[in-house]
Ligand binder design. Structure first.
Ligand code: S3P
Length: 172
């Protein structure tokens, strides 16, 4: 089984994914890290030098390659990965993939992202005060993709351990 975690930037995909993989006894892979290692540069640098569309193509190709080559894995996508090309369709139709969306309230996403915006090119240049509205609009555009996941997890006030426990129950 390949467990694929989706959700907006700052929704906790990597943190939750690492603990989930540990509990399931399988490997964890973060798509952004995978792309950075393969391209030998950072996501911000790829956006700056080659542009967003180039990055979206890399993401889409990487997801397909990973899912077609692995048997068991927890894979954390980037926030935009399922929203471009036919990636979401590919994931939902893949016989070995289970898709899970982490749903986090805008207020919590805003707090997290204001503290960590530097490494995220889509928000790095926004004023802190403009971030909540940006997230609200962006989530509105992306939610039709996130909602296609087989499992949706409301993370609200839950700890990482509780989120992982909730996911594990749904996977049984
Ligand atoms: C992006 C999310 C980022 C990264 C890139 C674009 C997005 O990943 O892939 O900055 O479009 O939402 P995280 O969701 O891991 O921050």
């Amino acid at each position: 089984m390949i467990v694929v975690l989706l959700g907006y930037m700052g929704s906790g995909k990597s943190t939750v994914g690492q603990l989930l993989a540990e509990n399931l006894g399988i490997n964890f892979l973060d798509l952004d890290d995978y792309i950075e290692q393969n391209q030998k540069t950072t996501i911000s640098e790829i956006f700056n030098s080659k542009g967003e569309i180039y990055f979206r193509t890399l993401e889409s190709e990487a997801v397909k390659q990973i899912c077609n080559q692995s048997d068991s894995l927890v894979l954390a996508l980037g926030g935009g990965t399922p929203c471009y090309a036919d990636t979401m369709q590919f994931l939902v139709n893949h016989p070995n993939v289970v898709t899970i969306t982490l749903n986090v309230p805008i207020k919590n996403l805003s707090q997290r992202l204001i503290n960590e915006k530097a490494k995220r090119p889509l928000i790095a240049n926004l004023k802190d005060d403009d971030i909540p509205e940006f997230i609200a609009k962006h989530l509105f555009e992306r939610s039709s993709y996130y909602n296609q996941a087989e499992i949706g997890i409301k993370t609200d006030a839950l700890s990482v351990e509780d989120i992982v426990a909730k996911i594990t129950l749904k996977l049984l």
